[in-house]
Design a protein around this ligand. Structure first.
Ligand SMILES: *[C@@H]1O[C@H](CO)[C@@H](O)[C@H](O)[C@@H]1NC(C)=O
Ligand SMILES: *[C@@H]1O[C@H](CO)[C@@H](O)[C@H](O)[C@H]1NC(C)=O
Ligand SMILES: *[C@@H]1O[C@H](CO)[C@@H](O)[C@H](O)[C@H]1NC(C)=O
Length: 320
């Protein structure tokens, strides 16, 4: 073969491969919320806002004029994040309240302190999520499910009356594509049950979606919307304690993962887009509505989970 023919073939292959990588990167990082609408004086709570997409969401909503309360467990990290968020958003209306979602007492205490400052709540973003190995919450539940699901369940219910008097208001539950790998079983709350971290995480995210759908039905008449989302594959610290995963995501796949800013776009849209005012019970990916797994559409399990969670977090039975 002629040398120039070989050269052309090699170049074509390289160009095709480069184009493929470029398009794949665009695909992985798509979805932007571009409207600049303001939400002046709206009161917002964001859990886990000291880092990653929660922090980016806090900056964005503070820029739009909201009063933003960031809730996280570690006081030092929370106060550092508060400084950053105020600086980047150029807003002084950002506040920090300590909250440990692995403790029902801490959650009740948080809500009490919040009520001393505010009589309204327009947007609740259940953003905090973790992956924890072999540990339990203060109340004795498996840690990942306890925080990602039960903790947020209690928090949401203790704040419902404020959301209702502030209607139209919104609840955003940050779930994950991971929910598609999970099935709900009736003994999942048992802290002695053997479960891998990934399984517990997927289950907790499935529970988020089942709840979103159940709660959305219950709150239609109150004009409180409840939607959930998958932020995309984002560079975050969620797996900071798992070194192999951490190495993979930060060093090798980094270019194909969303930055926290990009990952925050979907939840920002659900929280503020005026067009979505009457949209509830839906699941969004890359800023667009998407479908959930078959398991997540199971109304019977949603109802069971709702009742079970009510009982486990120690709420009085109140039918909405
Ligand atoms: C959204 O979040 C919490 C718990 O996950 C629930 O209490 C609400 O019902 C709503 N859905 C959620 C969080 O899934
Ligand atoms: C990660 O590990 C550190 C100590 O190495 C610990 O303090 C921290 O609580 C762990 N975080 C999570 C989310 O498990
Ligand atoms: C939502 O519903 C209300 C009352 O039904 C209506 O006035 C409003 O225009 C609707 N908003 C959107 C964006 O469709």
């Amino acid at each position: 073969m002629e040398w120039w023919l070989i050269l052309i073939i090699v170049l074509s292959v390289l160009i095709a491969f480069g184009t493929f990588l470029y398009l794949f990167r665009l695909y992985m990082r798509q979805g932007r919320y571009k409207k600049q609408n303001r939400i002046d004086h709206n009161v917002v709570i964001i859990t886990g806002a000291n880092t990653g997409i929660g922090k980016e969401t806090a900056i964005d909503l503070a820029r739009r004029g909201a009063r933003v309360y960031i809730a996280c467990r570690d006081i030092k990290r929370g106060l550092d994040a508060l400084d950053d968020i105020r600086r980047h958003s150029r807003s002084d209306f950002v506040y920090f309240l300590q909250l440990d979602l692995a403790s029902f007492d801490s959650i009740r205490n948080f809500v009490q302190r919040f009520r001393e400052h505010e009589h309204k709540l327009h947007i609740l973003i259940n953003n905090a999520g973790l992956l924890a190995k072999n540990s339990n919450t203060k109340d004795g539940f498996e840690m990942t499910i306890g925080v990602n699901h039960l903790g947020h369940f209690l928090l949401t219910h203790l704040l419902l009356d404020l959301l209702i008097v502030s209607a139209p208001s919104r609840i955003v539950n940050v779930s994950s594509l991971g929910h598609k790998f999970a099935k709900l079983e009736y003994d999942d709350f048992d802290s002695n049950k053997k479960m891998s971290v990934a399984t517990a995480y997927a289950k907790s995210k499935l529970m988020n979606i089942l709840f979103t759908r159940k709660l959305a039905q219950k709150l239609i008449a109150e004009k409180v919307s409840v939607n959930s989302c998958h932020p995309g594959c984002v560079r975050t610290e969620i797996a900071r304690n798992f070194s192999t995963y951490d190495f993979l995501t930060t060093k090798i796949l980094g270019e194909f993962l969303k930055s926290p800013y990009e990952g925050a776009q979907t939840q920002i849209r659900i929280a503020v887009d005026p067009e979505l005012e009457n949209v509830t019970g839906k699941y969004f990916v890359d800023c667009k509505p998407a479908s959930v797994s078959k398991e997540a559409k199971n109304d019977e399990k949603a109802e069971w989970l709702y009742r079970k969670s009510y009982e486990l977090v120690g709420l009085e039975k109140i039918e909405l």
